[in-house]
Write a protein that binds this ligand. Sequence first.
Ligand code: DX5
Ligand code: ZN
Length: 223
Amino acid sequence: MSRQPLIAPSLLSADFAHLADEVARVADADWLHVDVMDAHFVPNLTLGLPVAEAIQKVSPVPLDCHLMIENPERWAPGYAEMGARNVTVHAEACTDPRGVARDLRAAGALAGLAIKPGTPLEDHLEVLRDFDTLLVMSVEPGFGGQAFIADVLPKVRTARELVDTGHLQLIVEIDGGINADTIEQAAEAGVDMFVAGSAVYGAEDPAKAIAALRAQAAAAMQG
Ligand code: DX5
Ligand code: ZN
């Protein structure tokens, strides 16, 4: 079965004073990853719905909104309503994940569930039936530029197996520390969608960095 690697640059590593230009620099990406942090669920604060909506208006690439916030039930549907392609909430922050997934899909978005590095996949397999994407965090959420945690790869392998055997229908996404040194192991483990912040925006030419990551992942998937 041949999979195509998908690349989602994370705006967290972009220059926030020039967001429209930074969005335009990654126009050939598959999704644009927008990290929403509330200084409660994670010890950092980024942006919220009004800024995400402004990004949505200028982005040629579908938005992938990663909500690292408490009470996602309250906020997630707004991101779907403003046109985000995928809206991901954290399993650790949800009291009613099924309800969120239903609301997101009703608003026309894909529904994503994220798990932190220490969160077992097994605890959430049942609710994942109601989701479209699974985001496996490969760093502790909160900051860009951290080192990749390879210990999460068994979760990716399990998810891949469940998708390939038809038990779940999910895009398997990985987020944190993805770069030229780590993308191959993630691709081999079964990732579909690779989030990369510093590896794309830290590069001189983000478009070239995206193409290089995509090629590396594609080769690793075939091998
Ligand atoms: C971390 C964010 C990531 C981050 C990834 O909490 O969810 O999306 O931007 O950045 P890198 O690729 O630099 O690890
Ligand atoms: Zn993220």
